[in-house]
Design a protein around this ligand. Structure first.
Ligand SMILES: Nc1ncnc2c1ncn2[C@@H]1O[C@H](COP(=O)(O)OP(=O)(O)OP(=O)(O)O)[C@@H](O)[C@H]1O
Length: 266
């Protein structure tokens, strides 16, 4: 098992976004201002969700943090974990599994491209991840033999395999049916409770954001800006039934009102 990170202190910053602006060059000389001077500080060990209407720049923001897209202006500054060589892990909406590789071999894709650890250590980590994700008996199966939820678990296991300090998740449960989605959210919380990684989680679902997060970042569309960051001070560990409490309803409704007012302003 990877060594657990030391417990975060209040002052540990995982990542700071300073005036992040992203302008995409679109066709016929036009350009799209996807993000406009976004500022955000994320503390280590926090679970932070980003919600906002389609096209407000959520994925763009995640890709910039991941380093897959280069911002037009502004700066991404990582905290003291900067020297950690395996700092970031990313999970996409589609699990992006290679159909000709087994579950265990799919988890090793990035290591096959960039071998860093001895094979025996890797095999041990894969076995541990599969155990944790309830996939122990599926190591030698192929993706087509798994349900959508199981495939996404493999995607999560792959991102966690190298013990990243920050986990970036772009609508990871968006393609799943409602019941599987709820269960995956709870499973993710279980995993998160174990070593409290910093998570940046994009979702369209307000209840999902509230149930999982310490803070919810509400974004506005065109150009993408942060409207407000809402603290979710509900007790942990959380359960699905929490959705029915008045406290939960109040936070969800604040976010909904913000999104509606931002939507009607554009
Ligand atoms: N590669 C690109 N080239 C040009 N424009 C882009 C590109 N990627 C994104 N955009 C534009 O930037 C804006 C933000 O897109 P982004 O995918 O980040 O939004 P999003 O909030 O994640 O949307 P959704 O919720 O629908 O996934 C959109 O207007 C989109 O059309």
């Amino acid at each position: 098992m990877p060594t657990p990170s030391r417990p975060p202190t209040v002052t540990d910053v995982a990542v700071e976004l300073h005036d992040i602006t992203m302008r995409y060059q679109a066709k016929r000389g036009r350009s799209v201002l996807a993000l406009d001077e976004v500022n955000l500080t994320i503390t280590e060990g926090q679970f932070v969700s980003i919600v906002g209407p389609s096209g407000c720049g959520k994925s763009t923001l995640l890709k910039i943090v991941m380093g897959l897209t280069r911002q037009t202006a502004g700066e991404v500054v990582f905290g003291p974990s900067r020297s950690h060589e395996n700092m970031l892990g990313m999970v996409f909406q589609q699990p992006l599994l290679l159909p000709w590789r087994t579950v265990a071999k799919n988890m090793l894709i990035s290591h096959d491209l960039q071998p860093r650890l001895p094979r025996a250590e890797l095999d041990k980590r894969v076995a541990e991840q599969l155990d944790m994700l309830g996939l122990r008996d599926f190591a030698d199966q192929y993706p087509s033999e798994l349900s959508g939820g199981m495939q996404q678990r493999v995607g999560i296991g792959r991102a966690l395999l190298h013990d990243p300090r920050i986990l970036l998740m772009d609508e990871p449960f968006g393609a799943l049916d409602a019941m599987t989605r709820d269960q995956m959210g709870l499973d993710l919380l279980d995993i998160w409770e174990r070593d409290r990684k910093t998570v940046l989680f994009v979702t369209h679902s307000i209840p999902e954001a509230v149930l999982l997060s310490d803070r919810v970042v509400v974004m506005t569309p065109r150009p993408g800006r942060i409207a407000e960051v809402i603290d979710v001070d509900l007790a942990r560990p959380r359960r699905l039934e929490d959705i029915n409490t008045p406290e939960f309803g109040e936070i969800a409704s604040r976010i909904r009102v913000l999104l509606n007012s931002e939507h009607s302003a554009h």
